[in-house]
Design a protein around this ligand. Structure first.
Ligand SMILES: Nc1ncnc2c1ncn2[C@@H]1O[C@H](COP(=O)(O)OP(=O)(O)OP(=O)(O)O)[C@@H](O)[C@H]1O
Ligand SMILES: [Mg+2]
Length: 342
């Protein structure tokens, strides 16, 4: 086992394989009344071509802020990327100008936002917005763009799509708005799709259809990859190859889906999994919940961010932030308990 400063986060994939996206030491801060709050701290990971990478963790762990940073959409002020690199196609996204980012967003990296209205402009019709995305990135005529828009809206399940092109976002229900946003994200076949809770506002049947549609992107563009952020661990188990577990703005564990679900190492990951409902009778007592709450950002402990709630806490956890340990299995885990394995 080795302790590493900047985890490569490629425990099982071919080390020679070139990452599509490499995030290194990403830090994002927000200016708040209580001072500067570090929402994302020292986050490093790779996204490989063709993979679906899950990010899980309780509310406030920094999942959305990480993905907004990749899109360069951190609201500034109060937020700022304060450290790190986000390498894509040999260039650092953090250093890109805003006009250059227009070229990246949409056809290279697209995002399905947790809040649909973040992506939709209330003063333009839905048709204009989907067509605009197509026309920005592809050389097609207006009528071709209109046909593509209709086809995409139909695919995501908007009834009477051609008629509804003329409607504004507020004329759609919450679930329909989410579908429109998914259409916007997929219409230019991005190389990387970041899906932040893509299906939370939808009913179960539609959820399954939308996930299917997202995965379909990969059959159209084999090397395209997906970052899937969700609270639904069943969805992760079904769709992802690797999983990142976040807590307190930091990556706590990284492993393959199999490793995370059958042999979780970090006490936090174990807690998350124990909270899963089980169908086996023996386990159908009361659902486990991790004790306590996620502390506010300015109240995060100095040492391990999880120490205030950890069942396996030892003294040094309160004062010393654990480094990331890479286990022989390839799993990455940020926890003092794994030091002895060295
Ligand atoms: N605009 C903002 N101003 C101040 N703090 C913010 C802002 N956006 C996010 N934060 C803080 O950053 C931290 C991480 O938030 P983030 O939205 O990334 O959490 P998350 O993991 O996506 O949670 P959820 O599962 O609820 O979506 C939180 O403590 C949040 O309060
Ligand atoms: Mg979020």
């Amino acid at each position: 086992m080795t302790t590493i400063e900047t985890p490569q986060a490629s425990p099982t994939t071919d080390a020679e394989k070139q990452a599509l996206l490499s995030v290194r030491d990403l830090g994002v801060s927000f200016r708040t009344e209580g001072g500067e709050a570090r929402a994302v701290d020292g986050v490093s990971f790779d996204l490989f071509p063709g993979e679906v990478l899950g990010i899980v963790g309780e509310s406030g762990s920094g999942k959305s802020v990480t993905s907004l940073a990749i899109m360069r959409l951190i609201p500034d002020p109060p937020g700022k990327i304060v450290s790190g690199q986000i390498m894509y196609g040999g260039e650092d996204i953090v250093q890109k100008s805003y006009p250059d980012m227009r070229d990246v967003r949409g056809n290279k990296i697209a995002m399905i936002f947790q809040e649909p209205m973040t992506a939709l402009n209330p003063v333009f019709t839905v048709g204009m917005q989907v067509m605009e995305t197509i026309l920005t990135h592809e050389k097609v005529s207006k009528s071709e763009a209109r046909d593509r828009a209709v086809e995409m809206l139909e695919k995501v399940g908007i009834p009477e799509a051609r008629k509804r092109l003329k409607d504004y976002p507020h004329q759609f229900s919450g679930g329909m708005r989410q579908r429109v946003m998914i259409a916007l994200a997929l219409v230019c076949h991005p190389n990387i799709l970041i899906a932040d809770e893509p299906t939370t506002a939808l009913d179960v049947t539609t959820q399954a259809q939308i996930l299917e549609l997202m995965l379909d992107l990969k059959s159209q563009k084999e090397d395209s990859s997906i970052i899937l952020i969700t609270h639904d661990l069943a969805v992760v188990a079904e769709t992802c190859q690797r999983v990142i577990v976040m807590y307190g703005g930091k990556i706590q564990e990284v492993g393959t889906v199999e490793q995370i679900f059958t042999d979780p190492k970090h006490p936090y990951t174990k807690g998350l999994l124990a909270s899963l409902p089980s169908t086996s009778e023996a386990k159908q007592k009361r659902l486990y919940t991790i004790p306590g709450n996620v502390p506010a950002l300015h109240e995060m402990p100095e040492g391990c961010k999880f120490c205030t709630r950890c069942s396996e806490v030892v003294d040094r956890c309160h004062s010393e932030e654990p480094p990331v340990h890479q286990l022989d299995s390839g799993q990455l885990v940020r926890c003092h308990l794994f030091e002895e394995e060295k």
